[in-house]
Ligand binder design. Sequence first.
Ligand code: 6GU
Length: 216
Amino acid sequence: MTMRIDVISAVPDSLTSPLNTSILKRAQDRKKVEIYVHNLRDYAYDKHKQIDDKPFGGGPGMLLKPEPFFECIEKLLDQRKYDHIIFPTPGGRFYDQKLANKFSLANNIMIIAGHYKGIDDRVRQKFATDEISIGNYVLTGGEIAALVIIDSVVRLIPGVLNDSESALNDSLMDGDIIEAPYYTRPAVYRGMEVPEVLRSGNEKKLRRGKKSSRKF
Ligand code: 6GU
C-alpha cells in the first residue's frame, strides 16, 4: 500500500526541492509514498487566472479566492476518499509526534496550504478535517508547515528509514523526544574529546537515549 499525499499551494515551487531531496525523495523512489503538488493557479478559471482578491470589510493585503480551492479539492475528492484534509493555520491544534503517528496510518492525506489571513474562510469551513499549527509564531504561509507535517509522517512509513535510521530508535521520555549526543571520528578534535564510554567499543554497555541533551 502506497500512501498518497496531495498538497494544494499558490506557490508550488517552494515545495519542489524539499520534497525531492534526501529521505523524502528516497521514500517516493521506493514507492512508499506518492506526493502530488497542485498549483492553485491551474484551477483559476477567469481569463486573468486570478487567484486572489481584496477582503470584504477592507484591511491590508489580498485573500486567496475560494473558487480555485473548491475546484481543485472537489476534483481530488471525486477520485478518492481522504483520511485527513489538513489545513495548516497558526490557530490550529499544536502539532506533535502523537499526531504524526496518527497521520502516518492514513492512506490518503490532503494538505491545503494557504496564507495567514490569506485564504477565504469558506475553504476551511467546507473541507478541513484537521487544523494544525506547528508552533507559536507566524509564518508567511502554510507551505513550510506542510513540509514539516509531510517529513514527520513519511519517515514513519514502514520501509522508508533504514534500520540505522529507524524511527523505532526515537527516544521518548515523559512524552519528550530526547537524544544523547553522537560523535564520529576523530576521537579528539581541536582538543575536544569524544566521551571515553563511547570510545571503549563496549557498545552493549551503552544505553543510548537515556540521558537528555535538552538544554531548556
Ligand atoms: Cl500552520 N501557518 C502559518 N502561516 N503560520 C504558522 C503555522 C501555520 N504554524 C505556526 N505558525
